[in-house]
Design a protein around this ligand. Structure first.
Ligand code: FES
Ligand code: FES
Length: 245
């Protein structure tokens, strides 16, 4: 069924498109030119680089069930977006409302160089997390980024950042996490700030050391005293909240 007019939302804003546009207007062009959300990038325009990825929530075909998934917005005609709730990088977090934990994590792992690929990577990870009702493994996360390209080739910190969302296979991590929880309200004797459990004063407390051994060559002696944190206390809690079930 071809509709004369389609209705959809972008970051909660109601939008529509019809005969004022040609059918070859893509979702990417609409988002950038008419939605004025230019965080969504474009490059190859043929589905090969992933810089244009956005998240979509829509009815699964033939059902009333909602499903969420990522799309390469350069490949989608605006006239096929009827009923979609589209979320771009601005919709999950920004300077005004605060950044999403995925954006923060990429930053903490130094996963952005020129930054052109970052919105696409973040929205792919966001869609993966939204679309999964189970705990993700490191392998699943790593294997989900085959269609996101980084021209600065900084893949390692990007993947380390996102793999930090995986549930650690080591059951002993549970006790260590509890230890972090217990100390996380304590005041750091060096900085006088609330402890984030990451400064490395006590190696046993260091989340980078225990949770992500492959990140062991990253700088891990960052002290709370200089104000630079790998993870905030709330980050730590939200990462591992699932393990408290
Ligand atoms: Fe490259 Fe869309 S612009 S996949
Ligand atoms: Fe430059 Fe990925 S950070 S393209």
């Amino acid at each position: 069924v071809t509709k004369d007019r389609v209705f959809f939302t972008i970051n909660g804003r109601k939008c529509s498109a019809g005969s004022e546009f040609t059918v070859d207007l893509t979702l990417n062009q609409y988002i950038r030119q008419y939605g004025e959300f230019r965080g969504t990038k474009y490059m190859c325009k043929e589905g090969g680089c992933g810089v244009c990825v956005v998240n979509v929530r829509a009815h699964a075909a033939g059902t009333q069930e909602y499903t969420t998934f990522s799309v390469n917005s350069c490949l989608v005609s605006i006239m096929s977006c009827d009923g979609w709730d589209i979320t771009t990088i601005e919709g999950i977090g920004n300077r005004k409302i605060g950044y999403n934990i995925i954006q923060k994590r990429l930053n903490h792992f130094f996963g952005s160089q020129c930054g052109y690929c970052s919105p696409g990577f973040v929205m792919s990870m966001y869609s993966l997390a939204q679309g999964s009702d189970r705990h993700l493994s490191e392998a699943e996360i790593e294997n989900s980024f085959g269609s996101n390209l980084c021209r600065c080739t900084g893949y390692r910190p990007i993947l380390e950042a996102f793999k930090s969302f995986a549930v650690h296979p080591d059951a002993n991590i549970l006790k260590k996490i509890k230890d972090i929880e217990d100390i996380s309200e304590q005041i750091c004797p060096k900085s006088g700030k609330t402890c984030g459990g990451t400064c490395g004063i006590n190696e046993d407390w260091c989340l980078v050391n225990m949770n992500n051994t492959s990140a062991s060559d990253l700088p891990k002696k960052i002290c709370l005293a200089d104000g630079r944190l790998w993870f905030s206390v709330s980050d730590i809690r939200s990462i591992f909240a699932v393990l408290d079930d």
